[in-house]
Structures are given as structure tokens and as C-alpha cells.
Design a protein around this ligand. Structure first.
Ligand SMILES: [Zn+2]
Length: 370
């Protein structure tokens, strides 16, 4: 099967599409649960599939350090290793190297860093990142890029963008193309429109199967992010998938869909699940709140996850307060179900020409001023 993206329908800028990969199809707009170290934390593969998720994400940085790409390759790539046969996207390690590791040197060749696990020294280059993603057998490989922190000066953002574009070309040359597999470019340029435009132009000249917006969700806030999306998404081609990396909360996602984004990933649903926070059709629920003590109500009447079908809010609160593993499992599962239901509703609303109505509904559900 050839990797492809087909745009089925549009509602203003919001897009309804389908991606085909070697391991299956993905309906877009899509949310990808993050399986950092070969596991979407606290979720079994069956839970991920039952939620309706059609693609998950893995991290080069974590997997190269533990258990190592050679071992995963020997065990059938990330699909065989995890026992998960759906599409997998891996990020290149660039973002984690910058945010987690102790960096000793960044040069035009790559990044020298010490592992956050054991302090061991590593050198990650564009070529090495692509080779590792090949060993993992990722359906969608991401280029290795330099993501600047926020806020960045114009000069810092320009330097990182130019270096990333240079690395993008090296990644394209290093990528071994196979049917159904794809390589995505990543636009940088921080919050500067001319840098975003130049980055997109350079990536388009190289040519990728899809394009990501990098360097957002790094602390700039929703308003600033949306300002960038207002213009930056339009620099990308209509006929390729557009992926907003590391985003976000439900309102971030639907507002980005309104600006033409097709794919998302974020740790928020699983991380929040582990800290007792749930996203529901009634808004955010902080399960530790004393008002839920002994409550026989359901967490979300509109949800079909195990937490909502089999348990009460009062029981879920007990699990979270007692630090029981099951509490983290059930709430993580619930949040992933909520996110997938949201994506399904978004897709249907684009098909039915009711996207604007859904957008207003979701914004009002999560209105923190109410
Ligand atoms: Zn639920």
C-alpha cells in the first residue's frame, strides 16, 4: 500500500481526511495517544484500540536509551515489540533531547547529550535519528529538528530554523522509502511569520509526505499559538497532512482544527489521568474534589470507557486518593476515550456542516470563567 492522504471534505478551514499507511488507515482530524517508551502509560493495547485511536506515537529519545533500537529491531520493530499492529508515528528525539537531556553541545552536525537515566553520553544526528526510526519501523518518521524554547529572540529562532532546514535535507537523503511509510518535515520559526514562511518554503522545496508545525505548545499560551496558526497553516500545501506537535487540551485541538490542522499528539490526557484530572462532556473534573466523596454519579454519562460504564465517581475518587494503580489506569483510559470521542465528533461535524456549532459547544464546556 502506498502512503497517501486524501482530503474528503472541508468546512471553512477545517478538514476531513484519510491517511493510508502500511499498518492501516487513519481518519483525520486525528489525535495520537503518546506511547513514549513503547507504552501509552497505564493503557493496554486493547484499551487504545477500543478508544477508537488509529495511530499512536513513540519517542526516539526514550527508546534509543532504553531498551535500545537494536533490541527493538530484533524483536520485530516497535509493532512487534509492543504487540501493536496499528500505525505508529515516531518523533525524532529532537524535542526530548532539548527538554530532558543534559546537552553538552549543539552543532550543525547534531546534538551531544547525556542521558537523563544514567548520564551516559550520546550523539544524535539527523542521519542517526532517521536510522533509529527505520529500526523501529515507524509508519511515519519525523525529521530531526532543533526546537527553540519560548520565548526566543528573532536571531535564536532564525538560527534554529535554518539549522533545522539543513537537517531536514539530510533526513530526506537518509530516509529509506518503503511502500506505506512516510517522512514528515517540521516547520520551525517560533512566533515570527517571515521565519515560518521561509521554513515552510524550504521544506516544500525538499518535499515531504506531510508537514508538522513544531516549536508550538512550548509555553507560549493558547492565544499566541492561535496567532501563529492563523497564518502558518496556510503556508502548507492542501494535499498533505498537517500535524501540530504536542497539542493539546480539547479547546486547543478544536481551535487548531478550525485553522486547518489534521493531526495532534499530547501527553495531557494520560498525564492528567495519572494525577486525578478527567476531561468530560461536562468540562474538567478534578476527581479529588471533596464534593465527589461517596458520589454514586457517573464520571461522564456520554462515555463508554470502563471507568464510566462500571464505576461511580465516589469509587474513582477513593482509588485516586489511595494512590491505587487502578485509579490511574481507569482515568487514563477515560481521558483517551474522551479525546477520541471528541475527534470523532469533530470529524462528523465537518461532514455534517456543523463544525462551528460543535466548536462553540466545546468552548463553552471548558469555559473556566463559568
Ligand atoms: Zn469514560
Amino acid at each position: 500500500m502506498k502512503f497517501s492522504f486524501s482530503l474528503k471534505q472541508k468546512n471553512n478551514k477545517a478538514r476531513r481526511g484519510e491517511i493510508k499507511t502500511a499498518h492501516g488507515k487513519i481518519q483525520t482530524p486525528a489525535f495520537m495517544p503518546v506511547g513514549t517508551a513503547g507504552t501509552v502509560k497505564a493503557l493496554k493495547n486493547q484499551d487504545i484500540l477500543a478508544s477508537g485511536a488509529e495511530i499512536i506515537l513513540g519517542n526516539v529519545y526514550h527508546l534509543m536509551l532504553r531498551p535500545g533500537a537494536d533490541l527493538i529491531e530484533k524483536m520485530g520493530g516497535l509493532h512487534g515489540f509492543m504487540g501493536y499492529n496499528g500505525p505508529i508515528l515516531t518523533d525524532s528525539g529532537g524535542f526530548q533531547v532539548m527538554s530532558l537531556a543534559k546537552i553538552s553541545k549543539i552543532s550543525d552536525l547534531g546534538v551531544e547529550f547525556s542521558s537523563h537515566i544514567d548520564g551516559s553520553k550520546h550523539f544524535l544526528t539527523p542521519q542517526k535519528s532517521i536510522a533509529i526510526q527505520h529500526q523501529l519501523n515507524s509508519d511515519i518518521t519525523m525529521i530531526f529538528d532543533e526546537c527553540v524554547a519560548h520565548p526566543a529572540t528573532y536571531e535564536q529562532a532564525k538560527k534554529a530554523m535554518l539549522r533545522s532546514n539543513n537537517w531536514a535535507l539530510q533526513c530526506k537523503e537518509a530516509f529509506i522509502d518503503r511502500p506505506g511509510f512516510a517522512l514528515f518535515g517540521i516547520m520551525q520559526g517560533s512566533t515570527f511569520s517571515d521565519l515560518r514562511e521561509q521554513s515552510a518554503k524550504n521544506l516544500l522545496d525538499i518535499g515531504f509526505d506531510g508537514y508538522a508545525l513544531g516549536g508550538l505548545a512550548v509555553g507560549e499560551g493558547q492565544e499566541e499559538m492561535l496567532k501563529v496558526l492563523d497564518y502558518a497553516v496556510d503556508f502548507l500545501p492542501e494535499n498533505k497532512p498537517r500535524y501540530l506537535m504536542g497539542v493539546g487540551k480539547p479547546t486547543d485541538i478544536i481551535l487548531a482544527v478550525a485553522r486547518g490542522v489534521d493531526m495532534f499528539d499530547c501527553v495531557i490526557p494520560t498525564r492528567s489521568g495519572r494525577t486525578g484530572q478527567a476531561f468530560t462532556s461536562g468540562g474538567v473534573v478534578n476527581i479529588r474534589n471533596s464534593k465527589y466523596k461517596g458520589s454514586t454519579a457517573k464520571l461522564d454519562e456520554n462515555c463508554s470507557c470502563d471507568a464510566c460504564v462500571y464505576h461511580t465517581l465516589g469509587y474513582l475518587q477513593h482509588l485516586v486518593k489511595a494512590n491505587e494503580i487502578l485509579g490511574a489506569m481507569l482515568l487514563s483510559q477515560h481521558n483517551i476515550f474522551y479525546y477520541q470521542k471528541l475527534m470523532k465528533d469533530i470529524r462528523q461535524s465537518i461532514e455534517n456542516d456543523s463544525f462551528e456549532f460543535l466548536l462553540q459547544k466545546v468552548l463553552s464546556q471548558f469555559d473556566t470563567t463559568k
